[in-house]
Write a protein that binds this ligand. Structure first.
Ligand SMILES: Nc1ncnc2c1ncn2[C@@H]1O[C@H](COP(=O)(O)OP(=O)(O)OP(=O)(O)O)[C@@H](O)[C@H]1O
Ligand SMILES: O=C(O)[C@H](O)CO
Length: 366
């Protein structure tokens, strides 16, 4: 029996590779294993792509979402592609829960990282992953760092975070820095505005109260009005990373694709599924958001279409995912009834045990 293990990270407890190894340890003796950690555009995207494309790491001193100095890492591949994730600079991970404040947060640091990459010798293309952001600025911070500044009616430059845009009247691009073509790997397909938009769906996890979410939505709507980019705002992925998807497409003409699809291509996932008898996927939390184009669901759909049974292991797996008809069997760490803190601390052992249990209860068809 050959098993492909293609899971994403368990955020807060295990990287994708650590989780894949813990899952492998739970398989019956004698099974062949192909470890294939995946990512979708959020944290872990660069590491996964760098491993697949063989790149070297570069560090850049930039700003985090609140403007504090941060050292961000990205990779440059042998083929001259700079591969990065916005979360390395503007991620939620770098902002303590008490400090989260998307009205004051900006993607300026992501723009600095892009500028840094554009200046690297031999870089002819940039691939940037979106997801896990602390920001909700429509990419204005990013644009600002590249010389496209938000201005008021008198031409005065405004700060690049939403609460400063009361008088936003346009953009001054006279200082625009040259950047190579950019391809975007988006973790979600949400549009910029509305009930399925960046603020409504992801604002709360960044610390925005209901009143703040209303204000953020107003600012983003104003941004669309001022730029006239109504069609871009509606495109799938425009709402990724607090609207950075919109900003990259509108200000820099970037091409946006599903992060999972890009990763799947780089990892040669289809061939590896075909070579396996069954597939195990998973991530920290498999929930309604996962059904919206996230990696593990993508793996399961691909496996099903190739006639290979898919299994899921997660920290938690909600009922809608379990009943989506995608998995032969599911096992989650929280079925043990242990508190989250213990599930996170003992994630490796528990994941191995959950896999063992799942495989003995529902073995793959011989
Ligand atoms: N060992 C664990 N046991 C139980 N739950 C876990 C464990 N590790 C992570 N989680 C849950 O998963 C959540 C994180 O989900 P996940 O790892 O899928 O990342 P995510 O935020 O959905 O990332 P992405 O935006 O890339 O999908 C945590 O908040 C936690 O509730
Ligand atoms: O960063 C975010 O807002 C979410 O991960 C969706 O992209």
């Amino acid at each position: 029996m050959r098993c492909l293990i293609a899971n994403d990270k368990f955020k807060g407890s295990l990287t994708a590779l650590e989780a894949a190894s813990a899952i492998a340890a739970g398989l019956p003796a004698g099974y062949e294993v192909d470890l294939c950690p995946i990512a979708d555009g959020g944290e872990g995207f660069t590491e996964t792509m760098c491993a697949a494309l063989s790149g070297r790491w570069v560090t850049a001193d930039v700003s985090d979402a609140l403007g504090r100095p941060i050292r961000a890492r990205y990779a440059v591949t042998d083929a001259g592609v700079a591969v990065m994730e916005m979360a390395a600079a503007s991620g939620l991970l770098h902002v303590h829960p008490d400090e989260r404040s998307p009205l004051r947060a900006s993607t300026f640091g992501t723009g600095e990282m892009l500028r840094h990459a554009a200046r690297q010798r031999g870089v002819s293309r940039i691939l940037i992953g979106l997801g896990g952001s602390a920001t909700n600025d429509g990419g204005v911070g990013m644009a600002s760092a590249l010389g496209i500044s938000p201005v008021n009616g008198r031409g005065r430059t405004l700060d690049p975070w939403p609460s400063a845009w009361g008088e936003l009247a346009g953009f001054d691009a006279t200082g625009l820095v040259a950047v190579p073509p950019i391809q975007v790997a988006s973790d979600v397909t949400n549009p910029l505005l509305g009930p399925k938009g960046a603020t409504a769906v992801f604002g709360a996890q960044k610390g925005a109260s209901e009143a703040e979410r209303r204000e953020l939505e107003r600012h983003l709507a104003r941004l669309v009005e001022v730029t006239g980019a109504y069609a871009t705002a509606k495109r799938p992925g425009a709402g990724a990373a607090g609207g950075l998807g919109f900003g990259l497409m509108h200000f820099l003409g970037a091409e946006l694709r599903s992060g999972f699809e890009l990763v799947a291509e780089a990892l040669d996932l289809k061939r590896r599924i075909q070579e396996a008898d069954f597939v195990i996927t998973g991530e920290g939390s498999m929930d309604a958001q996962s059904l919206d184009g996230k990696g593990p669901v993508g793996v399961a759909q691909m496996a099903t279409s190739l006639g290979r049974p898919a299994y899921a292991v997660g920290g938690r797996i909600t009922g809608d995912v379990r009943s989506a008809g995608l998995f032969q069997a599911c096992a989650s760490l929280d079925e043990s009834g242990l508190p989250l803190e213990t599930l996170i601390r003992q994630a490796t052992t528990l994941l191995t045990e959950a896999t063992k249990r799942m495989m003995s209860q529902s073995p793959p068809p011989a």
